[in-house]
Ligand binder design. Structure first.
Ligand SMILES: [Zn+2]
Ligand SMILES: [Zn+2]
Length: 329
């Protein structure tokens, strides 16, 4: 897209081996003052990911060892998976928001953390087979994203200067606790990574961040962040997957309306009496496959947390299980 090229930004899509991602992940190669380069996201650490990234660099007539800074938007392997290799090639520091550091360093994937998930998921009423999803996810990380030993903090409000523009770091939690976007106010460009995608909803997932009770209420935070992005006068959105697009206000309005409907459905189901999240999930998603249990449970918990915040639902602990109770309006 010429809009990005004029800013000295080159989009390099790299293939990702899972369909839910919404297509190849974008690495944005950004020209730095003095001739170096920055990366906004680093792609994935598979052979295909590396080949695509290196081919992209060759097409630009550049090399990885010209990279001076590596910015990671959020702690998912399709965005940070190649960062360690790019760092070894270039010596560049890796920056990410502190709330996602444990994902990049691998500290998020310990036996002790798995036990916290086992405890929380069983209190939600889920069968323990569901932990297979968490384990699979961690195995993917081990294969496609080498841990980064030292990650520098990237904080809300930081101004990043590049050769042809400067961008403000926006912390927009939801999709992950530490997700950041880059906002280029002078040109109306939002680098949105997975906060806003044209064709895929953001799948806010259960994320315990090493706590017994989640402090990250994924959908509550996502909705707040989406409203913040909606208020930006963006002319162009450069996403984490797919082509740059326009029309973020309509996109966000559609998404928020979709979540409102889902919450109305959950309230309707709770009209017959209290239920656990695991009892609700297959009723909200009758066509889901057993392998999708973690995703649909996350989605239901996210919506329940929004309803709790709104005062329409509250939770009670009964015999070691969390049940959700509809409150009369
Ligand atoms: Zn992604
Ligand atoms: Zn993501």
């Amino acid at each position: 897209m010429s809009g990005l090229a004029a800013l000295g930004v080159h989009r390099v899509p790299v293939p990702v081996p899972f369909a839910e991602a919404g297509g190849p992940a974008n690495v944005y190669v950004i020209e730095e003052d003095g001739g170096g380069l920055s990366l906004f996201d680093a792609g994935i650490g598979t052979r295909e990911g590396r080949d695509a990234l290196l081919a992209g660099f060759r097409a630009l007539g550049r090399t990885l060892n010209e990279v001076r800074r590596i910015f990671v938007s959020h702690g998912h392997i399709d965005h940070y998976g190649y960062a360690r290799a790019a760092q070894e090639e270039s010596g560049a520091p890796v920056f990410a928001h502190p709330r996602d550091h444990d994902k990049l360093t691998g500290r998020d994937r310990t036996a002790q953390r798995l036990a916290l998930y086992a405890d929380y998921l069983s209190r939600l009423g889920a069968p323990l087979e569901i932990l297979a999803h968490v384990r699979l996810h961690w195995q993917d990380a081990a294969r496609m994203a080498r841990p980064i030993e030292h990650v520098e903090p990237l904080a809300e409000g930081t101004r990043l200067r590049f050769a042809r523009f400067s961008a403000e770091v926006l912390h927009l939690p939801g999709h992950t606790p530490g997700l950041v976007c880059l906002w280029v106010a002078e040109h109306g460009v939002l680098f949105s990574d997975d906060h806003l995608l044209e064709r895929v909803s953001p799948n806010p997932l259960l994320d315990l961040e090493g706590q017994r009770e989640p402090t990250h209420r994924a959908l509550v935070e996502y909705v707040r962040s989406a409203r913040r992005a909606r208020d930006l006068p963006a002319q162009l959105v450069a996403p984490g997957h797919g082509e740059p697009f326009t029309g973020h206000v309509e996109l966000i309005d559609r998404l928020l309306a979709f979540y409102d409907k889902r919450q109305a459905r959950i309230l309707e189901l709770l009209g017959d009496g209290p239920l656990t999240a695991a009892q609700l999930a297959p009723r909200v998603f009758p066509r889901a496959q057993p392998t999708q249990l973690y995703l649909i449970l996350s989605e239901v918990v996210g919506n329940l947390e929004v309803l709790e915040q709104r005062g329409s639902v509250h939770r009670e602990e009964r015999a070691g299980r969390v049940v959700f109770v509809r409150d009369v309006e």
